[in-house]
Design a protein around this ligand. Structure first.
Ligand code: ARG
Length: 457
C-alpha cells in the first residue's frame, strides 16, 4: 500500500497514519492528479524514457480510473495515504508492471505542487465566473435605478443626495477590482512545477516545456527548489478571497441596515429570508448575516497560511500539506457566498419612494445651498456659516430647507432669491453633479457604458 515502505522494518502506528494522511481532503483533486500524470507519461514516452506500450497502458488505465471514480464504481478509501498513492496503487493493481513506471522522474513534491496549481487554476476560473455574474447583476440594478434618489452617507449620517445606481456602482468598482486581482493571480501562478522532482530536478532528460504546454501553463517554473516550496500563489488567492469576502460583508451590512423597519429602503425576498421560532412577525436577513459572518473564516485561512509558511526552510516540508483544507474551505466558502449574494440581490426589491423621501430630509442639500451663495459671490467659509444658521433654524422649526419661505431665507442672508428653491431641489442636487464618477445621470450613463464594455470582454 505504501509508496515508501522499503526501508522500514515496522508497521506505521495507526494514529501516525491517520495524522499524516491527506486522502480525506486531497481526493478533491483526483481529476487534476490524473490529468497531471497523463501529461507526465506522455512526455516520458516522447523522450524515450518510457515505451509507447507502457505509456498507452498507463494513459488508458488512468482514464479508466477517472471514469470509474466519476461513475461511483471505484471508491477512494482511507487506507491510502494520499490521492497520489491511491491512484498509483489502483493503476498498478489494474495494469500491472507498467503502473510501477508512472512515477519515473517525479516526486510527490512536484506532483502535489502541480495538482494544487491545476486545482487552484480551475477554481480561479470558476470564481471569476461568479464575480462576473455578480457584476452583470449589479449593472442591471444600476440601469434600473439611474434616477432612484437616495441619501449618500458619511459616518452613517445623511450627507449628500446620490442615486441608487451610484451607490451600487461603488460596489461594481470593488468587485471589478476583485475580478482583475483573480486574473493577475492566475497569470502569475501559471507556470508548471512538474519536473522539479523532490527539490533538485531529475537526471532524466525530461521535456518540461512539453508538459507545461500539455497542461496549459505559460511555461515551466525556473527553479526546482522554489517549485516545490512555493505557496505564494495560495497566499495571494486567500488574500483576494478575503478582499471579496470583505466587500460582500460590507454590502451585506448595508443591506441589513436598509432592510430594517427603520430604513425600509429594500425588502429582501421571502425566498432569501428566514423566520423566528417564537416571534411570528419576524422576517430575518439571515443570508446577508451569514455572508457577513463568513468573512471571518476566510480571513482565518489567510492568516493560517501565512503563519504556516513563515518558518519553513527550503524546500518541501510536510507543514505545507496544511495548505489544502484551508484553501479548499476558503474557495468553497467564497463561491457559496458569491452565488447566494447574487441571488439575494437579483430577487430583492428596492423601495424608490422610501429612498427618495429619506434623501429629502436630513439636510442632504445643505452643501448645495452653500454652493448657491458661493455662486453669488459669497466666500465658501462664510456661506458654510450662513447655511449652518439655516439648518439650525430648520431644526428648531422641524422643517426642511425646502420648506422655508424666501423671507426667512433673506432674514438670514439677503443674497438668497427665489431661485434658491430650484437650486436645492433633490433633482438639481443630483443632476448637477455631472463630472465623471459623480451621480448625475449623464455621468452615470457614460460609466455604465464603460462597465458594459468591460463585461463583454
Ligand atoms: N500529501 C502531501 C502534501 O499535501 C503530498 C506530498 C508528500 N510529499 C512528501 N515528501 N511526503 O503535501
Amino acid at each position: 500500500m505504501k509508496l515508501w515502505g522499503g526501508r522500514f522494518t515496522k508497521e506505521t502506528n495507526q494514529l501516525v497514519h491517520n495524522f499524516n494522511a491527506s486522502i480525506s481532503f486531497d481526493q478533491k483533486f483526483y481529476h487534476q492528479d490524473i490529468e497531471g500524470s497523463m501529461a507526465h507519461v506522455k512526455m516520458l514516452a516522447k523522450q524515450g524514457i518510457l515505451t509507447e506500450e507502457d505509456k498507452d497502458a498507463i494513459v488508458n488505465g488512468l482514464l479508466g480510473i477517472r471514469e470509474d471514480l466519476e461513475n461511483g464504481i471505484l471508491e477512494i478509501t482511507a487506507e491510502h495515504e494520499d490521492i497520489h498513492s491511491f491512484v498509483e496503487a489502483v493503476l498498478t493493481e489494474r495494469i500491472g508492471e507498467a503502473g510501477k513506471r508512472l512515477h519515473t522522474g517525479r516526486s510527490r513534491n512536484d506532483q502535489v505542487a502541480l495538482d494544487m496549481k491545476l486545482y487552484t487554476r480551475d477554481e480561479i476560473d470558476e470564481l471569476s465566473g461568479l464575480v462576473k455574474g455578480l457584476l452583470t447583476e449589479l449593472i442591471k440594478v444600476m440601469e434600473e435605478h439611474i434616477d432612484t434618489y437616495m441619501p449618500g452617507f458619511t459616518h452613517l449620517q445623511k450627507a449628500q443626495p446620490i442615486t441608487l445606481a451610484h451607490h451600487i456602482g461603488a460596489y461594481f468598482e470593488m468587485f471589478d477590482r476583485d475580478f482583475s486581482r483573480l486574473s493577475d493571480i492566475r497569470n502569475r501562478m501559471n507556470y508548471c512545477p512538474l519536473g522539479s522532482g523532490a527539490l533538485a530536478g531529475t537526471t532524466y532528460p525530461l521535456d518540461r516545456e512539453y508538459t507545461a504546454t500539455l497542461l496549459g501553463f505559460a511555461g515551466p517554473t525556473l527553479n526546482s527548489m522554489d517549485s516545490v516550496a512555493d505557496r505564494d500563489y495560495l497566499i495571494e488567492l486567500l488574500s483576494a478571497l478575503s478582499t471579496i469576502a470583505m466587500h460582500l460583508s460590507r454590502f451585506c451590512e448595508e443591506i441589513i441596515i436598509w432592510n430594517t423597519n427603520e430604513y425600509r429602503f429594500v425588502e429582501i425576498d421571502d425566498s432569501y429570508s428566514t423566520g423566528s421560532s417564537i416571534m411570528p412577525q419576524k422576517k430575518n436577513p439571515d443570508i446577508a448575516e451569514l455572508i457577513r459572518g463568513k468573512a471571518g473564516r476566510v480571513y482565518g485561512a489567510l492568516v493560517s497560511m501565512l503563519t504556516t509558511m513563515k518558518g519553513i526552510p527550503l524546500a518541501y516540508n510536510k507543514d505545507m500539506q496544511e495548505d489544502k483544507e484551508l484553501t479548499f474551505d476558503a474557495i468553497d466558502t467564497v463561491k457559496g457566498c458569491l452565488a447566494l449574494f447574487t441571488g439575494m440581490i437579483s430577487s430583492m426589491s428596492f423601495r424608490k419612494d422610501v429612498m427618495e423621501a429619506s434623501a429629502k430630509n436630513g439636510f442632504t442639500n445643505a452643501t448645495d445651498a452653500a454652493d448657491y451663495l458661493v455662486n453669488h459671490g459669497v466666500a465658501f467659509r462664510d456661506a458654510h456659516g450662513v447655511v449652518g444658521q439655516l439648518v439650525l433654524f430648520c431644526i428648531e422649526k422641524g422643517i426642511a430647507l425646502d420648506d422655508m419661505t424666501l423671507e426667512e431665507y433673506k432674514a438670514i442672508s439677503p443674497v438668497f432669491e427665489q431661485d434658491i428653491f430650484e437650486a436645492i431641489s433633490l433633482k438639481t442636487c443630483v443632476e448637477k453633479r455631472m463630472t465623471i464618477g459623480a451621480p448625475g445621470q449623464e455621468a452615470m450613463k457614460k460609466v455604465i457604458e464603460i462597465y458594459k464594455k468591460k463585461l463583454e470582454q
